[in-house]
Design a protein around this ligand. Structure first.
Ligand code: UDP
Length: 322
Protein backbone atom coordinates (compact mmCIF):
# COMPACT_ATOMS: atom_id res chain seq x y z
CA UNK A 1 0.00 0.00 0.00
CA UNK A 2 1.14 3.59 -0.64
CA UNK A 3 0.34 5.74 2.36
CA UNK A 4 0.38 9.55 2.53
CA UNK A 5 0.73 11.11 5.99
CA UNK A 6 0.24 14.86 6.32
CA UNK A 7 2.07 16.06 9.40
CA UNK A 8 4.31 13.01 9.04
CA UNK A 9 7.27 14.68 10.76
CA UNK A 10 5.16 15.30 13.81
CA UNK A 11 5.02 13.24 16.94
CA UNK A 12 2.17 10.86 16.00
CA UNK A 13 2.78 11.08 12.23
CA UNK A 14 6.38 9.91 12.50
CA UNK A 15 5.38 6.91 14.62
CA UNK A 16 2.68 6.09 12.06
CA UNK A 17 5.30 6.27 9.29
CA UNK A 18 7.48 3.81 11.26
CA UNK A 19 4.54 1.42 11.59
CA UNK A 20 3.77 1.38 7.85
CA UNK A 21 7.43 1.05 6.88
CA UNK A 22 7.60 -1.87 9.31
CA UNK A 23 4.70 -3.51 7.49
CA UNK A 24 6.50 -3.21 4.16
CA UNK A 25 4.38 -0.37 2.79
CA UNK A 26 5.43 2.76 0.89
CA UNK A 27 5.23 5.97 2.95
CA UNK A 28 5.14 9.57 1.77
CA UNK A 29 4.86 12.45 4.20
CA UNK A 30 4.26 16.18 3.84
CA UNK A 31 5.15 18.48 6.71
CA UNK A 32 6.06 22.16 6.94
CA UNK A 33 8.10 21.51 10.11
CA UNK A 34 6.11 24.16 11.98
CA UNK A 35 5.45 21.97 15.01
CA UNK A 36 6.95 18.79 13.55
CA UNK A 37 10.69 18.25 13.38
CA UNK A 38 13.17 16.77 10.95
CA UNK A 39 14.67 14.91 13.93
CA UNK A 40 11.51 12.81 14.13
CA UNK A 41 12.20 11.34 10.67
CA UNK A 42 16.00 11.38 10.77
CA UNK A 43 16.13 7.59 11.23
CA UNK A 44 13.96 6.89 8.15
CA UNK A 45 14.97 9.75 5.85
CA UNK A 46 17.10 7.45 3.69
CA UNK A 47 14.74 4.46 3.80
CA UNK A 48 14.05 3.31 0.20
CA UNK A 49 10.28 3.18 0.81
CA UNK A 50 10.11 6.58 2.55
CA UNK A 51 9.62 9.92 0.76
CA UNK A 52 9.21 13.35 2.27
CA UNK A 53 8.13 16.76 1.06
CA UNK A 54 8.71 19.81 3.22
CA UNK A 55 5.77 22.03 2.38
CA UNK A 56 2.47 23.29 3.68
CA UNK A 57 -0.62 21.14 3.61
CA UNK A 58 -2.36 24.27 2.32
CA UNK A 59 -0.40 24.00 -0.94
CA UNK A 60 -3.11 22.53 -3.16
CA UNK A 61 -1.03 21.60 -6.27
CA UNK A 62 1.58 19.79 -4.17
CA UNK A 63 -0.99 18.02 -2.00
CA UNK A 64 -2.93 16.95 -5.11
CA UNK A 65 0.19 15.45 -6.65
CA UNK A 66 1.06 13.57 -3.46
CA UNK A 67 -2.50 12.31 -2.98
CA UNK A 68 -2.56 11.07 -6.58
CA UNK A 69 0.54 8.97 -5.90
CA UNK A 70 -0.96 7.25 -2.85
CA UNK A 71 -3.73 4.78 -2.01
CA UNK A 72 -4.80 6.17 1.37
CA UNK A 73 -4.30 9.42 3.27
CA UNK A 74 -3.86 10.14 6.97
CA UNK A 75 -4.46 13.83 7.58
CA UNK A 76 -2.62 14.64 10.79
CA UNK A 77 -1.18 18.04 9.88
CA UNK A 78 -2.64 20.59 12.27
CA UNK A 79 -1.81 23.33 14.73
CA UNK A 80 -1.74 21.53 18.06
CA UNK A 81 -0.91 22.25 21.68
CA UNK A 82 -3.02 24.44 23.97
CA UNK A 83 -0.18 26.91 24.45
CA UNK A 84 0.28 27.40 20.70
CA UNK A 85 -3.46 27.73 20.20
CA UNK A 86 -3.86 30.40 22.84
CA UNK A 87 -0.84 32.31 21.53
CA UNK A 88 -1.58 31.94 17.79
CA UNK A 89 -5.31 31.56 17.20
CA UNK A 90 -5.20 32.85 13.59
CA UNK A 91 -2.61 30.28 12.64
CA UNK A 92 -4.60 27.56 14.42
CA UNK A 93 -7.84 28.27 12.63
CA UNK A 94 -6.28 28.75 9.21
CA UNK A 95 -4.03 25.70 9.36
CA UNK A 96 -6.75 23.41 10.65
CA UNK A 97 -9.59 24.54 8.43
CA UNK A 98 -7.78 25.31 5.16
CA UNK A 99 -5.48 22.30 5.47
CA UNK A 100 -8.41 19.92 5.75
CA UNK A 101 -10.27 21.64 2.90
CA UNK A 102 -7.26 21.12 0.64
CA UNK A 103 -6.70 17.48 1.62
CA UNK A 104 -10.35 16.50 1.19
CA UNK A 105 -10.70 18.31 -2.15
CA UNK A 106 -7.53 16.62 -3.43
CA UNK A 107 -8.59 13.19 -2.18
CA UNK A 108 -12.03 13.57 -3.71
CA UNK A 109 -10.64 13.78 -7.23
CA UNK A 110 -9.84 10.08 -7.31
CA UNK A 111 -11.83 9.07 -4.23
CA UNK A 112 -8.83 8.20 -2.05
CA UNK A 113 -9.73 7.07 1.45
CA UNK A 114 -8.90 9.72 4.06
CA UNK A 115 -8.60 9.42 7.83
CA UNK A 116 -8.91 12.81 9.51
CA UNK A 117 -7.36 13.29 12.94
CA UNK A 118 -9.64 15.27 15.21
CA UNK A 119 -9.32 15.72 18.93
CA UNK A 120 -10.96 15.11 22.29
CA UNK A 121 -10.98 18.92 22.61
CA UNK A 122 -14.20 18.87 20.57
CA UNK A 123 -16.09 17.60 23.64
CA UNK A 124 -15.26 20.99 25.14
CA UNK A 125 -17.05 21.65 28.40
CA UNK A 126 -19.29 18.61 28.18
CA UNK A 127 -19.75 16.85 31.51
CA UNK A 128 -21.08 13.61 29.97
CA UNK A 129 -18.02 11.62 31.07
CA UNK A 130 -16.98 9.21 29.61
CA UNK A 131 -17.38 10.96 26.27
CA UNK A 132 -19.24 9.03 23.58
CA UNK A 133 -18.90 9.80 19.90
CA UNK A 134 -22.61 10.59 19.60
CA UNK A 135 -22.63 12.88 22.67
CA UNK A 136 -23.08 16.65 22.56
CA UNK A 137 -20.11 18.92 21.97
CA UNK A 138 -20.21 21.87 24.37
CA UNK A 139 -18.19 24.83 23.16
CA UNK A 140 -16.99 27.66 25.37
CA UNK A 141 -17.30 31.35 24.43
CA UNK A 142 -15.65 32.58 21.23
CA UNK A 143 -13.84 35.22 23.29
CA UNK A 144 -11.75 32.43 24.80
CA UNK A 145 -9.02 31.54 22.33
CA UNK A 146 -8.73 27.94 23.46
CA UNK A 147 -12.05 26.95 21.94
CA UNK A 148 -10.95 27.98 18.46
CA UNK A 149 -9.05 24.70 18.30
CA UNK A 150 -12.12 22.63 19.18
CA UNK A 151 -14.26 24.57 16.72
CA UNK A 152 -11.73 24.34 13.89
CA UNK A 153 -11.50 20.60 14.41
CA UNK A 154 -15.28 20.24 14.64
CA UNK A 155 -15.51 21.95 11.24
CA UNK A 156 -12.95 19.45 9.92
CA UNK A 157 -15.17 16.64 11.19
CA UNK A 158 -18.30 18.13 9.61
CA UNK A 159 -16.48 18.56 6.32
CA UNK A 160 -15.08 15.02 6.29
CA UNK A 161 -18.49 13.52 7.07
CA UNK A 162 -20.14 15.79 4.47
CA UNK A 163 -17.71 14.60 1.79
CA UNK A 164 -18.75 11.04 2.58
CA UNK A 165 -22.49 11.73 2.62
CA UNK A 166 -22.62 14.05 -0.32
CA UNK A 167 -19.77 12.92 -2.56
CA UNK A 168 -19.09 9.35 -1.43
CA UNK A 169 -15.49 10.14 -0.60
CA UNK A 170 -14.56 7.46 1.96
CA UNK A 171 -13.58 9.33 5.14
CA UNK A 172 -12.96 8.25 8.73
CA UNK A 173 -12.80 10.66 11.68
CA UNK A 174 -10.82 9.86 14.81
CA UNK A 175 -10.86 11.88 18.01
CA UNK A 176 -7.46 11.44 19.56
CA UNK A 177 -7.34 11.80 23.33
CA UNK A 178 -4.11 12.85 25.04
CA UNK A 179 -1.44 10.85 23.25
CA UNK A 180 2.07 10.64 24.62
CA UNK A 181 5.40 8.94 24.11
CA UNK A 182 8.92 9.53 22.82
CA UNK A 183 9.37 12.43 20.30
CA UNK A 184 6.57 14.53 21.80
CA UNK A 185 7.83 17.99 22.61
CA UNK A 186 6.67 20.05 25.56
CA UNK A 187 7.21 23.21 23.51
CA UNK A 188 3.51 23.67 22.77
CA UNK A 189 2.23 22.98 26.25
CA UNK A 190 1.90 19.18 26.51
CA UNK A 191 2.07 18.25 30.15
CA UNK A 192 4.05 14.99 30.26
CA UNK A 193 7.17 16.08 28.34
CA UNK A 194 7.05 19.42 30.17
CA UNK A 195 6.98 17.87 33.64
CA UNK A 196 9.50 15.15 32.77
CA UNK A 197 12.00 17.72 31.49
CA UNK A 198 11.46 19.87 34.58
CA UNK A 199 11.99 16.88 36.89
CA UNK A 200 15.14 15.77 35.09
CA UNK A 201 16.58 19.28 35.21
CA UNK A 202 15.74 19.66 38.91
CA UNK A 203 13.41 22.58 38.15
CA UNK A 204 9.99 22.99 39.81
CA UNK A 205 7.17 20.95 38.26
CA UNK A 206 4.46 23.36 37.08
CA UNK A 207 0.97 22.05 37.78
CA UNK A 208 -1.68 24.41 36.40
CA UNK A 209 -4.79 25.25 38.41
CA UNK A 210 -5.38 23.07 41.48
CA UNK A 211 -4.11 19.93 39.73
CA UNK A 212 -7.42 18.13 40.28
CA UNK A 213 -8.24 18.16 36.57
CA UNK A 214 -7.91 14.71 35.04
CA UNK A 215 -6.72 13.28 31.76
CA UNK A 216 -6.17 9.79 30.29
CA UNK A 217 -2.81 9.35 28.58
CA UNK A 218 -2.58 6.91 25.68
CA UNK A 219 0.69 5.47 24.46
CA UNK A 220 1.53 6.54 20.91
CA UNK A 221 2.36 2.93 19.89
CA UNK A 222 -1.10 1.74 20.96
CA UNK A 223 -2.79 4.67 19.22
CA UNK A 224 -0.89 4.15 15.96
CA UNK A 225 -1.81 0.47 16.03
CA UNK A 226 -5.49 1.46 16.20
CA UNK A 227 -5.10 3.95 13.33
CA UNK A 228 -3.55 1.31 11.07
CA UNK A 229 -6.28 -1.21 11.89
CA UNK A 230 -9.03 1.34 11.35
CA UNK A 231 -7.74 2.31 7.92
CA UNK A 232 -8.09 -1.33 6.85
CA UNK A 233 -11.75 -1.59 7.84
CA UNK A 234 -14.50 -0.71 5.38
CA UNK A 235 -17.03 -0.42 8.23
CA UNK A 236 -15.07 2.54 9.64
CA UNK A 237 -15.97 4.77 6.68
CA UNK A 238 -18.33 7.64 7.50
CA UNK A 239 -17.81 7.06 11.22
CA UNK A 240 -16.28 8.91 14.17
CA UNK A 241 -14.12 7.05 16.71
CA UNK A 242 -12.63 8.00 20.06
CA UNK A 243 -9.09 6.65 20.44
CA UNK A 244 -7.16 6.84 23.68
CA UNK A 245 -6.57 5.38 27.06
CA UNK A 246 -9.28 5.30 29.72
CA UNK A 247 -6.90 5.22 32.70
CA UNK A 248 -7.82 8.50 34.42
CA UNK A 249 -5.25 10.42 36.45
CA UNK A 250 -5.24 13.88 38.01
CA UNK A 251 -2.44 16.21 36.95
CA UNK A 252 -1.28 16.58 40.58
CA UNK A 253 -0.95 12.79 40.90
CA UNK A 254 0.80 12.68 37.54
CA UNK A 255 3.36 15.25 38.74
CA UNK A 256 4.03 13.22 41.90
CA UNK A 257 4.47 10.03 39.87
CA UNK A 258 6.91 11.74 37.51
CA UNK A 259 8.87 13.02 40.49
CA UNK A 260 9.03 9.52 41.96
CA UNK A 261 10.01 7.78 38.73
CA UNK A 262 12.74 10.30 37.91
CA UNK A 263 14.00 10.26 41.51
CA UNK A 264 13.88 14.06 41.32
CA UNK A 265 13.77 16.31 44.36
CA UNK A 266 12.05 19.11 42.42
CA UNK A 267 9.18 20.79 44.19
CA UNK A 268 5.69 20.82 42.68
CA UNK A 269 4.32 24.34 42.21
CA UNK A 270 0.73 25.25 41.42
CA UNK A 271 0.46 27.93 38.73
CA UNK A 272 -2.85 29.76 38.17
CA UNK A 273 -4.35 29.23 34.70
CA UNK A 274 -4.37 32.99 34.12
CA UNK A 275 -0.58 32.98 34.46
CA UNK A 276 -0.01 29.77 32.53
CA UNK A 277 -2.21 30.67 29.57
CA UNK A 278 -4.37 33.79 29.62
CA UNK A 279 -6.90 35.62 31.77
CA UNK A 280 -10.20 33.71 31.95
CA UNK A 281 -8.70 30.47 30.58
CA UNK A 282 -11.10 27.53 30.90
CA UNK A 283 -9.80 24.00 31.35
CA UNK A 284 -11.69 20.73 30.99
CA UNK A 285 -12.05 19.31 34.50
CA UNK A 286 -12.29 15.68 33.32
CA UNK A 287 -11.52 14.05 30.02
CA UNK A 288 -12.20 10.34 29.66
CA UNK A 289 -13.12 8.55 26.43
CA UNK A 290 -15.70 5.85 25.95
CA UNK A 291 -13.69 3.50 23.74
CA UNK A 292 -16.29 0.79 23.26
CA UNK A 293 -16.88 1.70 19.60
CA UNK A 294 -13.26 1.31 18.45
CA UNK A 295 -12.80 -1.70 20.74
CA UNK A 296 -15.76 -3.46 19.14
CA UNK A 297 -14.55 -2.78 15.59
CA UNK A 298 -10.81 -3.45 15.77
CA UNK A 299 -10.30 -4.99 19.22
CA UNK A 300 -8.53 -1.85 20.46
CA UNK A 301 -7.28 -1.99 24.03
CA UNK A 302 -4.77 0.46 25.51
CA UNK A 303 -1.96 -1.93 26.41
CA UNK A 304 0.66 0.38 27.89
CA UNK A 305 0.10 1.55 31.48
CA UNK A 306 0.80 5.10 32.61
CA UNK A 307 3.91 3.96 34.49
CA UNK A 308 5.15 2.13 31.40
CA UNK A 309 4.63 5.28 29.31
CA UNK A 310 6.32 7.51 31.88
CA UNK A 311 9.36 5.23 32.10
CA UNK A 312 9.77 5.36 28.33
CA UNK A 313 9.32 9.14 28.11
CA UNK A 314 11.76 9.67 30.99
CA UNK A 315 14.33 7.42 29.28
CA UNK A 316 13.85 9.33 26.02
CA UNK A 317 14.41 12.72 27.62
CA UNK A 318 17.28 11.46 29.71
CA UNK A 319 18.92 10.37 26.46
CA UNK A 320 19.00 6.74 27.51
CA UNK A 321 18.09 4.00 25.04
CA UNK A 322 14.91 2.20 26.09
N1 UDP B 1 -0.68 21.27 32.44
C1 UDP B 1 0.01 21.48 33.64
N2 UDP B 1 1.32 21.88 33.57
C2 UDP B 1 1.98 22.06 32.39
C3 UDP B 1 1.27 21.83 31.16
C4 UDP B 1 -0.06 21.43 31.25
O1 UDP B 1 -0.54 21.32 34.74
O2 UDP B 1 3.16 22.42 32.41
C5 UDP B 1 -2.08 20.81 32.53
C6 UDP B 1 -3.07 21.51 31.60
O3 UDP B 1 -3.57 22.68 32.18
C7 UDP B 1 -4.14 20.44 31.44
C8 UDP B 1 -3.36 19.13 31.49
O4 UDP B 1 -2.12 19.44 32.14
O5 UDP B 1 -5.07 20.47 32.50
C9 UDP B 1 -3.06 18.53 30.14
O6 UDP B 1 -2.47 19.53 29.33
P1 UDP B 1 -1.93 19.30 27.86
O7 UDP B 1 -1.49 20.63 27.33
O8 UDP B 1 -0.92 18.20 27.87
O9 UDP B 1 -3.16 18.76 27.03
P2 UDP B 1 -4.72 19.16 27.02
O10 UDP B 1 -5.39 18.02 27.70
O11 UDP B 1 -4.92 20.45 27.75
O12 UDP B 1 -5.02 19.25 25.58
Amino acid sequence: MRVLITGGAGFIGSHLADAYLGRGDEVTIIDDLSTGSIHNIEHIKKHPRFHYTIDSVQNYPIVTELVDGCDVVFHLAAAVGVKLIVESPVRTIETNVRGTEVVLAAANKKKKKVLIASTSEVYGLSDQVPFREDGNLVMGATTKGRWSYACSKAIDEFLALAYWREKKLPTIVVRLFNTVGPRQTGQYGMVIPTLVKQALAGRPLTVYGDGKQTRCFGYVGDIVDALVKLMDREEAVGQVFNIGSNEEVSIATLAERIRELTGSSSEIVFVPYSEAYEEGFEDMPRRVPDISKISALVGFRPKTSLDGILREVIAYHAGVAV
